[in-house]
Design a protein around this ligand. Sequence first.
Ligand SMILES: [Zn+2]
Ligand SMILES: [Zn+2]
Length: 118
Amino acid sequence: MKEKCIGDIMKQTLLFLLVLSLLFAVGCTPRDEVQEPHTCSFTERNTSDTYIAEKATCEKPASYFYSCKCGKATTSLFYDGFPLPHAYENGKCIYCEKEQPDEFEGPDEPIELPIIPI
Ligand SMILES: [Zn+2]
Ligand SMILES: [Zn+2]
């Protein structure tokens, strides 16, 4: 009984190793593809921090370098997202140096709409 159990464990271990080596072989394939020379086409708009050129400011959104599927990047830029609101520090915006308004004055006074006679 005991010997049979050990045999099963051995079989399972072998199967596990086989699966592992298969996975390893499959995992290697994309790496080989990358090593093959190819003409890079910088059409990927990857917005990960790896390709960031300039962070967003109040004047423009963040810019990124166009990249190739292989991971190489070019120097052409594209913008993604929206500009940030002004970031005031010591009374001035840290991006555009616009002076901070003294206080938020609330919405403008309501204006009288002209009454259009029917
Ligand atoms: Zn490429
Ligand atoms: Zn600003």
